[in-house]
Design a protein around this ligand. Structure first.
Ligand code: FES
Length: 498
């Protein structure tokens, strides 16, 4: 028996089989699944306006802990459709970092689409290759979110069987194809020459339907790191068949083409002096190089900066605490609304503030008599285990950075610029990131916020003129495995302290 799900505020009706998953129905409509749909974080709440939907005691408790009336609210990841229902999705202001600058390259014919395929967000931009201008820009939450909040849980999901990896591939292929198609349609032109995609190595494997088993266990070496090409019809996309779709090559296992694009855009491979590129996400990717040599690594930083595994964690959407005033301790909330959680930049600020006021000790314990929590605003708090998650993440990043420098035989004073890439890098307070030990730098002037360097580099990659430059970068780059470094354990333990 089928049921109708009416979704507000979009005013759409979806027909659902009896017992269908609500998460799959609302996926892609702006709902966030920070804990990967495990029913742990309570942040995927939707309002049940009409009809019935069962609720478990655990779901009820979680909703009530968030101050939400369980007679009216449900968790999308727990819901099953057993009735005709009307639901309302809370519209949240999304903060997705794009890059509206024109490409450095120009003078080629036709249109191209540049795609930054992140684990959390997807940005598609349509470029006029004649002048390098951005014609259209679309960004959305990655629809795979409902199957796992971070790349580790996506790998685990894919490994359950071929139909699971197929579902992940189809979800993201359909989403990127739709976004690229919409962008072309909006431009009123049809002369698109290529769609160029960059992303981390897990997104590369999942999109291209490559086996992720090698990425799931030591030594994490995948034989499938190359550039992959498709025709639109192979992907089921509604684009001219003369358009080439390319997923750019990974630099190594766990260092993907998003970092290759970052190198291309920041021009590290053209610099005389050493420069670094730091991308903070589930995997903290670190690159240090110059025109002669580029060394890169990835650290298991964990998804703490994306709000995952943080008790009140959430992405940078409305309701998230994103800043804390240094003096007053007052929280700034995205969208100026009721606080419902804390995002990556808010987490760094909170740790910094409580360290400065002596409420967190240098070894990461809560110094107060308070029972393992520090109130931030409106019921949003920092817990013991959040501090631990932050310590693990910052120790991983700081140790990776130190060991790359050691391997190159250089020190911080030899580094001219440290480019911080990505959404978090763009919003963090650099001084606080330094003072908590997350970013190693001599002073703030050494640090450059590079914005969405993956997208900016990807736009350059849509031009055939960039091919030669990419060919020049690749032989310079080598990967350094931190786990083989004899100093790793000692440095990591030391970097856990504040
Ligand atoms: S509770 Fe649904 S995603 Fe976390």
């Amino acid at each position: 028996m089928a049921h109708t799900v009416h979704i507000e505020p979009f005013d759409i009706d979806i027909s659902a089989e009896d017992n269908a998953s609500l998460a799959e129905i609302v996926n892609g409509l702006g709902i966030d699944f920070p804990c990967g749909g495990k029913g742990l974080c309570g942040n995927c709440h939707i309002e049940l306006v009409k009809g019935t939907m069962e609720i478990s005691a655990r779901e009820k408790a979680l909703l009530e802990r968030k101050g939400l009336d369980s007679s009216r609210w449900r968790l999308a990841c727990c819901g099953r459709i057993t009735d005709d229902i009307v639901i309302r999705i809370p519209v949240r202001e999304q903060v997705i970092l794009t890059d509206d600058s024109s490409s450095r390259l120009y003078g080629e014919d036709g249109l191209a689409a540049a795609v930054d395929l992140g684990s959390t967000t997807i940005v598609v931009q349509l470029i006029d290759r004649k002048n390098g201008a951005v014609l259209e820009s679309f960004s959305e939450i990655n629809g795979q979110n409902v199957f796992g909040a971070d790349i580790i849980s996506r790998i685990a999901y894919a490994l359950q069987g071929p139909e699971y990896s197929e579902r992940l591939a189809l979800t993201v292929r359909e989403q990127v194809g739709r976004m690229a198609g919409d962008a072309v349609k909006a431009s009123g032109r049809d002369d698109i020459r290529n769609v160029t995609i960059v992303g981390n190595s897990v997104m590369h494997h999942l999109f291209c339907k490559l086996d992720v088993t090698p990425l799931s266990a030591y030594p994490f070496l995948s034989p499938y790191n190359g550039r992959m090409e498709f025709t639109p019809s192979e992907l089921g996309w509604n684009l001219p068949e003369t358009c080439t779709v390319r997923f750019m090559q990974n630099i190594s296992h766990f260092v993907g083409s998003d970092i290759l694009a970052g190198i291309l855009h920041t021009g590290i491979h053209r610099k005389d002096r050493w420069c670094a590129l730091l991308d903070l996400g589930t995997n903290g990717e670190i690159v240090i190089g110059n025109r002669e040599r580029i060394l890169c690594t990835s650290t298991a930083a964990g998804p703490a900066f994306e709000g995952v595994n943080i008790v009140n964690g959430m992405r940078a959407v409305s309701g998230a605490v994103c800043r804390i005033d240094e003096t007053s301790g007052k929280a700034e909330i995205i969208g100026n609304t009721r606080p419902s959680g804390i995002c990556g930049s808010g987490l760094i600020d909170a740790i910094h503030y409580f360290l400065k006021t002596g409420r967190i000790t240098p070894d990461g314990r809560i110094a107060d008599d308070s029972p393992g929590r520090l109130e931030i605003a409106g019921g949003v708090a920092l817990y013991d285990r959040d501090i631990r998650e932050f310590q693990l993440a910052k120790a991983a990043v700081a140790t990776g950075f130190e060991l790359l420098m050691k391997h190159l035989g250089i020190s911080l004073t030899d580094i001219d610029k440290i480019y911080i890439a990505g959404g978090l890098g763009n919003y963090i307070d650099i001084s606080k990131a330094r003072e908590t030990g997350l970013i190693k730098a001599i002073g703030n002037s050494q640090i450059v916020k590079a914005g969405n360097s993956a997208l900016a580099g990807c736009k350059e990659m849509t031009f055939s003129a960039s091919d030669r430059e990419i060919e020049a970068i690749l032989p310079l780059v080598s990967h350094y495995s931190l786990e083989t470094d004899p100093d790793f354990q000692d440095r990591y333990c030391e970097n856990l302290f504040f």
